[in-house]
Design a protein around this ligand. Structure first.
Ligand SMILES: C[S@@+](CC[C@H](N)C(=O)[O-])C[C@H]1O[C@@H](n2cnc3c(N)ncnc32)[C@H](O)[C@@H]1O
Length: 333
């Protein structure tokens, strides 16, 4: 078992480099993540490897990378993607008609399933002549290498990829599946630490910042949301994770609900209305699934947290190992 001194060093390193908290009780996790690196570097145990980390910056970077939690799946939680096609896309097709181009950001993209899920929905729903770019960023360089390769194992494909989309958007690559060049060409990648000042960035129409804020303390969350605010277009959208929607996003944000999804928007943004049925007037075909779009329920300041969080029902989760049907109908809708 890793010694307390080694664990404290690693926990401190991880907090300094990524702001992720690593509390006592996670010794088993640290050991499991670092042991393969230790063995590869010729060390008998993790304590000996941690002694090396103290003096080797490159090894420290690898260790920090290995400690990130990269859990993800295709169309994760379903409802946000439904909202993307039913509500955000129709609004953006109208407001961006003059440029016919959309800019999305998948912040903390892990191995890329979120970015490619969005790319599929865009390709399937954007009218001819429209283009879109999805900027995929993560603190982990190993994850970004995976995003660029766009290759996934069968086990990963089984986590939320509908069979019809598998056939349409992937090619066999040995024992893996590779995303088509058409989708890969829509993605740009960059290493970006959310917990540090951002480099100069463009304004995004949609930001997916999902399932990462949970790892940070309150001050870090609030700093990140303040920085992200500068990157969202005045009429753009920010989507947080299912367990993060009730966060007090701080000043400058308002919240709107669409179906089962809370959308954060810069204060003053005109409320977005879901397309009628699944085919909006602006040309979105079929949405992400076949569930009828719900009317917009309400727009509230982002600080009005507690009284609204209970109005959201349970959101279906992708990624339990079963291949999902083609449609993205939220369960229990
Ligand atoms: C649980 S995954 C979420 C992936 C995806 N957004 C989703 O919802 O499926 C969290 C990701 O956040 C990344 N991460 C952790 N700390 C980060 C930081 N400080 N800056 C940027 N990304 C970070 C991890 O490397 C990991 O890939």
């Amino acid at each position: 078992m890793i010694s307390t001194a080694s664990f404290d060093f690693v926990a401190d390193l991880q907090r300094r480099e990524t702001a992720m908290r690593c509390e006592p009780g996670k010794e088993y996790l640290v050991e499991a993540r670092l042991l393969p690196l230790a063995r590869e570097a010729g060390y008998e145990d993790v304590d000996a490897y941690v002694a090396r980390l103290r003096v080797d910056a490159a090894a420290r970077a690898d260790a920090v990378d290995a400690l990130t939690i990269n859990e993800t799946s295709w169309f994760r939680d379903l409802a946000p993607y439904q909202t993307f096609t039913d509500t955000m896309l129709p609004a953006l097709l109208e407001s961006r008609a003059h440029v016919r181009h959309l800019e999305l950001w998948s912040a903390a993209c892990s191995s890329g399933q979120e970015a490619y899920s969005l790319a599929m929905l865009l390709r399937e729903n954007l009218p001819p002549g429209w283009t879109a770019t999805i900027h995929a960023t993560d603190v982990s360089r190993a994850m970004l290498t995976r995003v660029k390769a766009g290759r996934y194992s069968q086990v990963e494909m089984n986590r939320g990829m509908p069979a019809t989309r598998l056939v349409r958007w992937f090619e066999r690559a040995g024992s893996e599946w590779q995303v088509s060049e058409e989708l890969r060409s829509m993605i740009t990648t960059e290493q970006l630490n959310l917990a540090a000042p951002f480099p100069p960035m463009r304004r995004f129409d949609v930001v997916f910042l999902r399932n990462v804020l949970i790892y940070f303390d309150a001050q870090t969350k609030s700093d990140i949301l303040r920085r992200v605010h500068h990157t969202v277009a005045p009429d753009g959208f920010l989507l947080l994770g299912t367990s993060e929607y009730a966060l007090d996003a701080g000043p400058g944000w308002q919240r709107e609900v669409s179906g089962k999804t809370w959308m954060h928007r810069p204060e003053g943004a005109r409320p977005a209305t879901p397309a009628a049925g699944a085919a909006g007037p602006a040309g979105v075909r079929g949405g992400a699934g076949s569930a009828p779009a719900r009317p917009l329920a309400t727009t509230v300041p982002a600080t009005a947290t507690a009284s609204f969080s209970s109005t959201l029902g349970t959101v279906a989760r992708a990624g339990t190992g079963a291949t999902l049907p083609t449609s993205l109908t939220p369960q229990g809708a």
